[in-house]
Design a protein around this ligand. Structure first.
Ligand code: HEC
Ligand code: HEC
Ligand code: HEC
Ligand code: HEC
Length: 472
């Protein structure tokens, strides 16, 4: 049997390197290319190489709001191409959960991302609960058109003509002239499914896996489970089924390198969230499960590497093009006009910066020179000005009635304006009340939150844009 034995020392070094990388954000070369960049430097033709990613959760690319952002499909593709230069033998696996939330934008996202996975040559996409939440119609349609196999061992298939989904796949790899077979299964934890809402039935993975493992154990040399479940549940599966050599797991784990678990001979390895990391596993299987003379202990030492997708990797033009088409579709479908809006309290409305300028001219002139005033133009430059997910923080009041709708209908509300911070000003314009627009540091963090503004610190930031004193 081919076992995955990760050399503990290697693993530890990787994890330590990983921690250093996260903490210091320096010495990036260490993980990639130099000392521990095993896969990139030493990948050979006699190995089974696996790439795993997943849990994109709606995150197709970094927004560019800060410099510290990791991930994105386009960088991922560049890294995969680099890995392929060393060896063509990569099996690419996706754990599941492409969309972030339910809605038209994430439907388009899911289609875009699956197309990208297809271009990158993914073998399998396991179905996660967020994929399921998009509904049977979309999932069925995508399963029919996608070049990536949809895999799930515990979804009760409503019919292959509706959902083209496989309980497992077997990939064949040629190693030193011999064929090695890798069985790939996938589950989604029933506990993650919003019961009664979707027409898709999900059953207990422990039960559904048993007959499949019995069927595959003698026909494959390696068994891998894509486990879309809490890490604890994945560990439970590992305890029940030592037949798995490797379980790729997920859920709620931000930094995957810190959570690798070993259950007897099975490794349970998380992928991390939002596609910020790409995991690789390399194994040198010398013996087939069916070889008579295979040793009882295994001397093959696979290595695991978690690579953070940072600025070392360029953008793949092919994926960039797909993402451009994605933006075009957001524009064509006018998604900005379909944003869910909330009522403002007591008939207030947004009036735009020009009205404020009449009475607070000095503040207005100063504001004009800040980045807030040109936040919309930033999106135009980035070609994301039709993307509701970006517009939200780069204009006034997108999520409210009377707030920003489109650049044609509400040009006066573009940018982070006075009312983005002080609130709707219609009543104040009449009353000129001193009570209007009291704000504090917390109000900044609706936009300057950790993801988009990791260095935010109120005093330091406010000093950069503090209003000049108004003449009375
Ligand atoms: C949650 C609010 C939020 C969302 C959503 C958001 N941004 Fe931003 N963006 C910010 C903030 C805050 C900054 C300033 C960060 C800082 O300087 O610390 C910023 C800065 C930027 C910058 C850098 C501007 C500069 O001149 O340095 C770019 C580019 C940008 N955003 C693009 C985008 C794009 C593209 C999207 C959508 C994919 C997006 N933003 C979504 C809040 C947001
Ligand atoms: C017609 C003139 C006028 C217009 C238009 C106007 N303001 Fe005022 N604003 C005033 C006056 C007068 C005060 C009270 C100043 C005082 O008593 O110190 C005031 C007070 C304020 C305060 C509270 C100041 C404090 O002491 O805490 C804020 C904030 C403010 N205005 C923001 C705005 C914004 C934002 C707009 C546009 C949406 C706006 N104002 C439009 C005249 C105006
Ligand atoms: C509605 C969302 C939003 C709110 C609220 C917000 N910001 Fe920003 N902020 C942004 C965006 C978006 C940018 C990036 C603008 C750009 O360059 O395109 C930004 C940029 C900045 C910058 C860099 C400005 C420059 O000139 O380069 C500072 C400083 C800043 N914000 C401070 C604050 C402070 C302090 C608060 C609260 C008092 C605040 N912001 C509230 C969205 C917001
Ligand atoms: C990034 C958020 C932000 C934006 C944008 C913003 N302000 Fe303010 N404003 C503040 C903060 C923070 C204070 C200080 C509040 C405090 O000290 O209690 C303030 C204070 C004020 C005051 C009270 C007088 C003062 O200087 O303390 C007025 C008037 C005012 N703002 C008007 C405006 C006008 C007019 C605009 C648009 C041209 C605007 N603000 C844009 C955050 C903002």
């Amino acid at each position: 049997m081919i076992r995955i034995i990760i050399q503990y020392s290697v693993l530890k070094t990787l994890i330590i390197v990983f921690v250093l990388l996260v903490l210091s954000n320096q010495n990036n070369d260490m993980l990639y290319g130099n000392e521990t960049g095993k896969n990139l430097n030493e990948t050979s033709e006699d190995a089974i190489n696996i790439i795993f990613t997943g849990e994109e959760n709606g995150y197709l690319e970094p927004c560019g709001c800060s410099e510290k952002e990791l991930g994105g499909l386009s960088k991922r593709h560049s890294l995969i191409n680099l890995l392929r230069e060393k060896d063509a033998n990569w099996i690419l696996l996706s754990l599941g959960d492409i969309p972030g939330k339910v809605g038209r934008q994430d439907e388009i996202k899911m289609e875009t991302a699956l197309k990208a996975l297809g271009r990158m040559g993914y073998a399998a996409h396991n179905i996660g609960e967020k994929d399921i939440s998009m509904g049977l119609d979309l999932l069925g349609y995508l399963s029919q058109i996608s070049s990536v196999d949809f895999v799930s061992s515990n979804i009760v298939n409503p019919g292959p003509q509706i959902l083209r989904i496989k309980p497992y796949i077997v990939k064949e790899i040629k190693i030193k002239g011999a064929t090695r077979k890798v069985g790939i299964l996938g589950i989604v934890s029933p506990e993650l499914i919003d019961n009664g809402y979707q027409k898709i039935e999900v059953v207990d993975p422990i039960e559904s896996l048993e007959p499949l493992i019995s069927k595959l154990i003698d026909k494959t040399d390696l068994l891998i489970l894509l486990s879309h479940a809490e890490i604890g549940d994945s560990i439970k599966i590992a305890e029940n089924y030592p037949e798995f050599d490797l379980i790729i797991s997920g859920h709620g784990i931000d930094e995957p390198g810190l959570h690798i678990a070993k259950v007897k001979d099975t490794y349970v390895i998380p992928v991390g969230e939002k596609g910020k990391y790409l995991g690789t596993i390399t194994m040198q299987p010398e013996f087939s499960r069916t070889d008579e003379d295979r040793p009882s202990t295994n001397s093959n030492l696979p290595s695991v590497e978690i690579i953070s997708l940072d600025e070392r990797f360029g953008d793949s033009t092919e994926i960039k093009m797909l993402l451009k088409i994605y933006q075009q579709r957001l524009r064509d479908e006018e998604l900005l006009t379909q944003v869910f809006k909330t009522e403002l309290p007591s008939n207030l409305s947004f009036i735009g910066n020009d009205d404020c300028a009449a009475c607070h001219n000095k503040i207005f002139k100063h504001w004009k020179e800040t980045g807030h005033a040109s936040a919309y133009e930033t999106l135009v430059k980035a070609e994301h000005e039709y993307d509701p997910e970006c517009i939200e923080c780069h204009v006034i009041g997108l999520n409210y009635f009377t707030g920003f709708e489109t650049i044609e209908s509400t040009p006066e509300l573009k940018g982070v304006g006075c009312e983005s911070c002080h609130g709707p000003g219609s009543a104040h314009k009449e009353t000129q009340s001193k009570d209007y627009g009291k704000i504090d540091a917390v109000d900044c963090t609706t936009c300057h939150e950790n993801e988009h503004s990791p260095s935010f610190e109120f005093n330091e930031y406010w000093q950069q844009i503090i209003h000049p004193l108004e003449e009375k």
